[in-house]
Design a protein around this ligand. Structure first.
Ligand SMILES: Cc1cc2nc3c(=O)[nH]c(=O)nc-3n(C[C@H](O)[C@H](O)[C@H](O)COP(=O)(O)OP(=O)(O)OC[C@H]3O[C@@H](n4cnc5c(N)ncnc54)[C@H](O)[C@@H]3O)c2cc1C
Length: 473
């Protein structure tokens, strides 16, 4: 106390959860907040980049969960901002499965394999459900959802397994996003990028001019390295040697960052918290963009997604052409996950391009042109991300979730990983920010109440002493 630079709340991270948390606080009268963001921009895992003449999304690309009974709040934000979006129909992918020699699997075989894979995944889930011991004191068996040994499956089965589990799981699992908000997914295809939603949100409570945020409450290039807390407040240190004091902290860094120990805590976080953080599985999801001099792949909406069936699971399996999003852009996207993502992050982009070209030549023949550009995001090696999103198993240990989310004294945790229903999604991040700030506002209210009661008690005590002295005199 006493420091004029002390603010009410420091928010670490300016991704969607940090920005939505700050917005709720300022709307509720707590406007002396400071947002410390490690990078030179807001948005976090919502990030656009210019590539091949268009805007591509390196992180979140879709608004998932649209068309249901309830409205997805991110879909509403997109509407308010007039964001350009394109409906994605993944279901056509199953009819565009290529084998190693470039033949498309006949639709009957593909449909049968698909049905078999879905049925077997559902069966595994049922087994898992019946194995789950209620209330969480047993370790999670998330191995049930992991793939079986590759050798047991044919290339088409491996490819479908990959698509179902690493990409699109709605047909297997009752995912809250689809149950609550609907099953449609819209690809953001807007030159302003998905991140435009964040700027619009920030604009409503931070000072801006000509599309730039010029408010000292947002501090960019501030890498938080240490958070100290005492009974009375928090002290946050950034790597450039600055100190910030506040009554509370909202920490929105991803679970991968929390696992990485980029931020140290004094006193250290309690064991229940560190264990929960370490037990959380982080998914790496990488979209590789390839630009070509001209297109050589089949076009049309029902050809947007295609699959490469290969004996190595997840090896350049899932492809998308970007003609529906940006006609004439001549860009393909291939999605890799987890170990394959980590592998390609560790090699040069030229090596990755070579591998991708070999796969494309297997599918479309030796005559196709070389790609003229490649873009490989590195979410795993990004020290401020360390992965793409959390991957809670469907029958998640509820105590784990509660512990991930629970505050530790004056440090409140937010971000997609703290969302019980929508972890892994943009709307999960958005809603978690709102929820965390509401919980913090309640805590502030209680603290104020305690202070007022304490002060009233002191005044009463002083009055009693005064009265006693007067009577004695
Ligand atoms: C490749 C990829 C594809 C995805 N696809 C989709 C999709 O299609 N649809 C969908 O809904 N979701 C998707 N997601 C998930 C979605 O992007 C995230 O769930 C959401 O953006 C997370 O927001 P957040 O605020 O929780 O975290 P973040 O966006 O990570 O924000 C946290 C912020 O904290 C900052 N930070 C970290 N450490 C520090 C520190 N020490 N000091 C200061 N600042 C720090 C980071 O720089 C970051 O800006 C995808 C994610 C990725 C990576």
């Amino acid at each position: 106390m006493g420091n004029p630079n002390r603010c009410s709340v420091i928010i670490v991270g300016a991704g969607i959860s940090g920005i939505s948390a700050a917005k709720v606080l300022t709307e509720n009268g707590v406007d002396d907040v400071v947002i410390l963001e490690a990078t030179d921009r807001i948005g976090g895992r919502i990030r656009k980049e210019e590539f091949g003449g268009v805007t591509v999304e390196l992180g979140a690309g879709w608004i998932a969960g649209v068309g249901g009974k309830q409205s997805n709040p991110v879909w509403e934000l997109a509407h308010q901002s007039n964001l350009r979006t394109i409906l994605s129909d993944y279901s056509n992918a199953r009819y565009n499965i290529y084998d190693h020699s470039g033949k498309i699997f006949p639709s009957g075989i593909a449909a049968d394999s698909y049905k078999k894979a879905v049925d077997s995944a559902i069966q595994k889930l049922r087994n898992q459900e019946s194995n789950v011991v209620d209330d969480d004191d047993e370790d999670d068996d998330d191995s049930i959802l992991s793939e079986t040994t590759p050798t047991q499956k044919t290339p088409i089965e491996l490819a479908i397994d990959f698509v179902l589990h690493d990409f699109e799981m709605a047909e297997v699992e009752p995912i809250s996003t689809y149950v609550d908000f609907g099953e449609r997914e819209y690809l953001v295809a807007d030159e302003r990028g998905y991140e435009y939603l964040l700027y619009k949100m920030a604009e409503s409570f931070l000072d801006t001019s000509e599309g730039k945020i010029l408010d000292s409450r947002l501090q960019l290039n501030k890498v938080v390295g240490e958070i100290q807390q005492s009974r009375n407040g928090v002290l946050v240190k950034t790597e450039d040697g600055c100190f910030y004091e506040a009554n509370y902290v909202i920490l929105s860094a991803s679970i991968g960052v929390l696992q990485s120990q980029l931020i140290s805590f004094l006193p250290p976080l309690p064991r229940w918290k560190t264990e929960a953080i370490l037990n959380c599985e982080v998914m790496v999801y990488t979209k590789i963009f390839l630009k070509f001099p001209y297109k050589f792949w089949p076009c049309g909406p029902d050809k947007e997604f295609f699959i490469y069936a290969y004996h190595r699971r997840g090896y350049y399996t899932f492809w998308q052409h970007m003609e529906n999003a940006y006609p004439g852009c001549d860009i393909l996207v291939v999605t890799l996950t987890n170990e394959e993502s980590k592998r390609i992050e560790a090699q040069t982009d030229e090596e990755t391009m070579k591998e991708a070209m070999e796969v494309l030549r297997n599918m479309f023949g030796p005559e196709i042109p070389d790609a003229i550009d490649i873009l490989v995001p590195r979410w795993w090696n990004n020290p401020f991300q360390r992965g793409s999103y959390t991957n809670y198993p469907i029958y998640v240990n509820q105590q784990l979730l509660r512990n991930i989310k629970a505050p530790v004294e004056r440090i409140f945790f937010t971000g997609e990983h703290t969302s019980e229903k929508f972890s892994g999604y943009v709307h999960g991040g958005y809603l978690s920010g709102i929820e965390t700030s509401k919980a913090l506002l309640e805590e502030i209210r209680k603290e104020n109440e305690r202070k007022t009661e304490g002060q009233a008690f002191l005044i009463e005590k002083k009055l009693n002493i005064l009265l006693y002295n007067t009577v004695v005199i």
